[in-house]
Design a protein around this ligand. Sequence first.
Ligand SMILES: [Zn+2]
Length: 242
Amino acid sequence: MSTDKNDTVLVISAHAADFVWRAGGAIALYHSRGCHVRVLCLSYGERGESQKLWREPGMTIERVKQARRLEAERAAEVLGAEIRCFDAGDYPLKPTDELLDELVQEFRRLQPTIVLTHAPNDPYNGDHPETARLALNARVYAQAMGYPSEHKHLGAPPVFHFEPHQPEMCDFKPQVLLDITSVFDRKRKAMECMEAQEHLWEYYTQLALRRGTQAVRNSGRKEIRYAEAYQRTYPQVTDQFS
Ligand SMILES: [Zn+2]
């Protein structure tokens, strides 16, 4: 990934917590460099990723959504990102024309230089690949000069897919290992905002340690302790191999 402090990062997350587990380190890292980071949260994960809340007697869909929204907002604040929640529903996430158009306009308004979203495959959760598909389509439509918008068309920001929960089953290859050692304490604090999924705090801490070990093995940089893995869809364009 680039390290330009003028970078603008757009993160498109299916559910309230996905951006925290999978890209919280990247968000905090870019925020620490003075970059603008915006998270689009398409739904709250109220049906599919809120099991603990549903065990409480008398729980309602509106209370679950409210709880997940507050958690996501607190986590985004810890990471240094602004957040917009769409309430597009989950299980299934509904890819309406209005939602797609609003994502295109987000790309046009923000003009991101880096895009983070889900991996294209996930047999455990159809909302994740649906979000990846929406994000990739919105990016491509935002590039088209003929697409109606008051904002100028988009360049070609690189897309990095964040790591799914069971990467081997999603054909996910960790092509990019991002050193998040300097901001891991903020990622952990953000994870701890997601009280409805406390069982994942330690899981994603251990994953960051494993990816950190792999980052050392692949770079020789022994100071790396924590990392996040990403996969690319489009080729890296460069004038020097790195
Ligand atoms: Zn999710």
